[in-house]
Ligand binder design. Structure first.
Ligand code: FE2
Length: 445
């Protein structure tokens, strides 16, 4: 990277300063410090992987496809992999510490050798159900690790070979107790349905292979931090990722959002890492501050999952909200959808706008495309981690071979919905004599 002097993020004194959405000039310096291929997986550290994996499988329509546990000879931890399209969610919990300590080979049977039992237990106690790793597939994990360290990354786990055919895992600290995990595979002819070495196919009734609500990939993984400036500099510094978008509390025309946000992107802008910081002095306490308190520090706030058909995904997910699936934030008032007819004209049909209203889907646009989005309520006990389901519309490009693909981040991240929701709720409340009945859906980044 090395665009340290980007004028859009620094003032004359060299101090980092957000300039706001409208003043932000987007450019792609293609400054990655190592070759990043894609988001590979997200790992959740749990106290019981079986139950957590099954709840997410049912709620998101992601079959449990692979396992690494006692039945596969792993005496160290239970791990289950859920997959939908290219989205991989891994749920991991450690086995008995006493048994693990008493068996010489327990650690050597771990399929994720970076797992540290005491760190995993302390993590669950401190954060509850939370994301431990954002894993990127890179060309060469050992090289990504050494380059990262040379540019300021704090180490978490040095490169470890996972197999004799060149698979490697390594980890550096991201924010809080979250690590950025690098995985690489030396064998180009490996099984495309495979994952990491040591995982075996889930068979029998535990995996319902036909389960599919249309979720296809991870679009972005958002972190909440105490202070944005040093964290952006840290992550930019060791990855080389560039600033893709930002917005400040002032952008939304009201301070009610309670956050400042910056999105970092890889060269192809398909790995998107937004980060938020709280702002203070507003009427309502910042939701980011609430997160930081309940999570005991920085961590992953939400995971945005891209659907190929958000209407279908939402119909399926909402059917299961009350029976073990995920619940959603309150839907916007009817005024939001009346205003949407103007905002989404030419992109969404009247029929589609009706479907958005029925399912509580929010719509935003940027200068290039349209974003359809909706947020779940927090997925666990604490008001911390939640999930966003999105579909991006527009920005189709052609690659060198003439194959169509969608530009990363098309339609933005939902910044406009802060002000739209605020406005439509105010309008709606004027039509009612009763007190406020709805809160703006929170957390877009
Ligand atoms: Fe988001």
């Amino acid at each position: 990277m090395g665009k340290e002097s980007d004028s859009n993020t620094k003032n004359g004194a060299g101090e980092f300063k957000l300039v706001g959405f409208n003043n932000f000039v987007r450019s792609n310096p293609r400054s990655d410090r190592f070759t990043v291929l894609r988001f590979h997986h997200i790992e959740f550290w749990c106290t019981d992987a079986t139950n957590t994996a099954r709840r997410f499988s049912w709620g998101l329509g992601m079959p449990i496809v692979l396992k690494s546990d006692l039945s596969t000879g792993n005496l160290s931890h239970a791990s289950y992999l859920l997959r939908s399209g290219r989205l991989n969610f891994l749920f991991t919990a450690p086995y008995s510490p006493t048994l693990a300590a008493s068996s010489d080979n327990a650690k050597s049977t771990a399929s994720i050798p970076t797992l540290d039992h005491s760190a995993c237990r302390a993590f669950a106690a401190s954060h509850g159900l939370a994301v431990r790793s954002i894993a990127l597939e890179v060309q060469d994990a050992a090289q990504a690790y050494s380059v990262s360290l040379a540019h300021g990354a704090k180490p978490s786990a040095p490169p470890i070979p996972l197999s004799s055919d060149g698979a490697v895992i390594a980890e550096v600290q991201l924010y809080g107790d979250v690590v950025l995990r690098y995985v690489s595979f030396g064998n180009p002819s490996r099984d495309p349905d495979g994952f990491l070495p040591g995982f075996e196919k889930m068979e029998g009734t535990a995996s319902y292979a036909d389960l599919d609500f249309g979720i296809r990939r991870l679009d972005h993984a958002v972190g909440n931090v105490h202070e944005l400036a040093p964290m952006v500099e840290y992550v930019k510094g060791f990855t080389g990722f560039h600033e893709f978008a930002e917005f400040t509390a002032e952008d939304v025309g009201t301070n009610e959002s309670g956050l400042n946000s910056m999105v970092l992107a890889s060269n192809d802008e398909m790995v998107l890492l937004p980060m938020n910081e709280p702002v203070f002095g507003t009427k309502r306490k910042s939701q980011i501050q609430t997160y930081l308190e309940h999570n005991e520090g920085p961590g992953v706030q939400h995971l945005a999952l891209a659907s190929e058909d958000i209407f279908r995904t939402l119909r399926e997910m909402r059917q299961r909200s009350g029976v073990g699936g995920f619940e959603f934030m309150p839907s916007p008032p009817p005024t939001y959808y009346q205003n949407l007819k103007n905002r989404a004209a030419g992109v969404l049909s009247d029929e589609q706008i009706k479907e958005c209203e029925k399912l509580g889907i929010l719509v935003d646009r940027d200068d290039q495309g349209t974003l359809l989005q909706i947020f779940t309520k927090p997925v666990g006990d604490r008001p911390t981690l939640f999930i966003e389901i999105i579909q991006r519309v527009g920005c189709m490009l052609k690659d060198d071979e003439g194959k169509e693909y969608q530009k990363g981040g098309c339609g933005g991240f939902g910044k406009g919905n802060f002000s739209e929701l605020f406005k439509s709720i105010e309008e709606y409340e004027k039509t009612l004599e009763a007190k406020s009945i709805a809160d703006p859906a929170a957390g877009a980044a």
